[in-house]
Design a protein around this ligand. Structure first.
Ligand code: UTP
Length: 293
């Protein structure tokens, strides 16, 4: 029987240099889109997909993330006294259960591959998900749920969320060399990290959602530094491809790179326009404000 994906890793140890000065004293993952921090969207997506254990790989300056997923009795009492029950519910209902969350310090931000490797002992010998909170996806069915359904249909294997990107942007992503392709699921023959458009094997890019077999840890253990002098997850996945089935899923939804200022602004607009309690006002404002552009 197919082993269930029960655990998710949230690498949040990065420095967020593209978003300075906002991220000088605040973790990038705590930046809010409308009224929720990015990391909360990621945890809710995982929970909706049936994830039971949440493993954060953190670093210096990331303690606000731990506080966010902890009880805040003083605030809860104040809200109760003031009769602000909706706010109280919003605060408590988002908390993962006691004993289901672990925090591991990465110590040095040596790269995404290294961050994932740090979770090795907590994952053990089972398939697991990796979610990058700064890749925020607006979709009807959460992206990780789509990936878990695809994995069940395919009978297992490593599944990566993929999307088509403009040819001139291939150097920003890990790019897939595709095999069999049914328009939704694509067999991954190879992965190339940030290729020049002229060398890119396709324009199908890997984004921040992965379901991986635990054998990846053996490869990460010995993974040399790659692009940007960091231990790259894509490099380990390229090696894993040789021994383990790999598929890309063209997920339904729109992905926003919230580690980038423009991507983050777009996400705020899109998520606000998707909310019935504010979409009219926001749309009117944008129309008026942008009228002269
Ligand atoms: P990014 O490539 O966005 O790097 O990492 P970054 O450091 O967060 O941001 P910039 O590029 O300097 O602006 C992708 C994901 O991997 C995590 C990040 O937290 C982010 O979720 N990461 C990256 C780690 O956990 N550890 C690392 O050493 C590097």
């Amino acid at each position: 029987m197919l082993q269930k994906v029960r655990k998710a890793v949230f690498p949040v140890g990065g420095l967020g240099t593209r978003f300075l000065p906002a991220t000088k004293a605040m973790p990038k993952e705590m930046l809010p889109v409308v009224d929720k921090p990015l990391i909360q969207y990621a945890v809710e997506e995982a929970r909706d997909a049936g994830i039971e254990e949440f493993i954060f790989v953190t670093g210096r300056g990331k303690v606000p993330i731990e506080d966010h997923f902890d009880r805040s009795f003083e605030l809860e009492n104040t809200l109760k006294e003031r009769g602000k029950l909706d706010a109280l519910e919003a605060l408590t209902q988002q908390l993962p259960g006691t004993g289901t969350v672990a925090y591991i310090r990465q110590r040095e931000p040596l790269g995404l591959g290294h961050a994932v490797w740090c979770a090795k002992r907590y994952i053990g010998n089972e398939p697991f998900a990796v979610i990058l909170a700064d890749d925020l996806i607006l979709s009807e069915k959460p992206c990780l749920s789509q990936m878990i359904s695809a994995r069940e249909d395919l009978g297992g294997g490593n599944i990566l969320a993929t999307m088509e990107v403009p040819n001139e942007h291939t150097s920003r992503y890990g790019i897939v060399k595709p095999g069999f392709d049914d328009g939704s699921r694509v067999e991954i023959k190879d992965l190339v990290e940030k290729p020049d458009p002229k060398n890119a094997p396709s324009n199908l890019a890997v984004i921040g959602r992965y379901i991986l077999e635990p054998t990846v840890f053996d490869l990460l253990e010995n993974q040399a530094r790659g692009a940007g002098n960091e231990i790259q997850l894509t490099d380990a996945l390229s090696s894993l491809l040789k021994t383990s089935p790999f598929y890309g899923l063209r997920f339904d939804g729109t992905r926003f790179d919230c580690g980038d200022k423009i991507g983050f602004l777009k996400a705020n607009i899109a998520f606000a326009l998707n909310r019935s309690d504010m979409n009219r006002e926001v749309a009117d404002f944008i129309r008026d404000f942008a009228a002269d552009l």
